[in-house]
Ligand binder design. Structure first.
Ligand SMILES: Nc1ncnc2c1ncn2[C@@H]1O[C@H](COP(=O)(O)OP(=O)(O)OP(=O)(O)O)[C@@H](O)[C@H]1O
Ligand SMILES: [Mg+2]
Length: 145
C-alpha cells in the first residue's frame, strides 16, 4: 500500500481527524483498524471536533464502557469492540438501532466481529511507520492543501 496520510505525533493525528470529521456526512459508519495504541481513539478525538460534536479532551476511550456519545442531540457514537467476547454481547449493544440514527458511528476493532457487522461507509487503517503513523482511507479522500 502506498500513499496514505502521514501523522507524526498526537497533534497531527488530531488535525487529520478534524479534517476527516469536517467532510463526513451526518450519517456515516466508520471503521478504525490498527494495532493496540495505533491512534484510533486519538483520531476519533479529532473527528468529534471536526464534526462540532465536542472537544477532543472530552473524548475518552470506550474500552470498558463500550459506547460513548458526543453532541446534543447525539452526533457521534464511538464504540470499542476490543473487550467484547461474543457475538451475543455484540447483539446486546443495540447497534442496529444506533445505525438507524442520524449520526456518525465510529467503531474501533470492527475486525474482531467482521462477519456480524454491516459494511462500513469509510474504513480507516492506521499503520506504524517508525514513530509516526500512516492513515489510509478507503474510499480515499484527498484533503485540500
Ligand atoms: N500519529 C501519532 N504519532 C505518535 N503518537 C501518536 C499518534 N497518534 C496517537 N499517538 C499516541 O499513541 C497512544 C495511543 O493512542 P490511542 O489511544 O489513540 O490508540 P488506539 O489505537 O485507540 O489504541 P487501543 O487499540 O488501545 O484503543 C497515545 O499516547 C497517543 O497520544
Ligand atoms: Mg482506542
Amino acid at each position: 500500500m502506498t500513499g496514505g496520510h502521514r501523522a507524526e505525533g498526537e497533534e497531527e493525528m488530531l488535525a487529520l481527524g478534524r479534517s476527516i470529521g469536517e467532510m463526513l456526512p451526518r450519517r456515516h459508519l466508520v471503521y478504525l483498524i490498527g494495532d493496540l495504541g495505533a491512534g484510533k481513539t486519538t483520531l476519533t478525538k479529532g473527528i468529534v471536533e471536526g464534526l462540532g460534536a465536542g472537544r477532543a479532551e472530552e473524548v475518552s476511550s470506550p474500552t470498558f464502557t463500550l459506547i460513548h456519545e458526543y453532541g446534543d442531540p447525539v452526533r457521534v457514537y464511538h464504540i470499542d469492540l476490543y473487550r467484547l467476547e461474543s457475538a451475543r454481547e455484540l447483539a446486546g449493544l443495540g447497534l442496529e438501532e444506533i445505525l438507524e440514527r442520524d449520526a456518525v458511528v465510529i467503531i474501533e476493532w470492527p475486525d474482531r466481529f467482521a462477519r456480524w457487522l454491516p459494511a462500513p461507509d469509510l474504513t480507516v487503517r492506521i499503520t506504524h511507520d517508525h514513530d509516526a503513523r500512516r492513515v489510509y482511507l478507503d474510499p480515499p479522500v484527498t484533503f485540500g492543501q
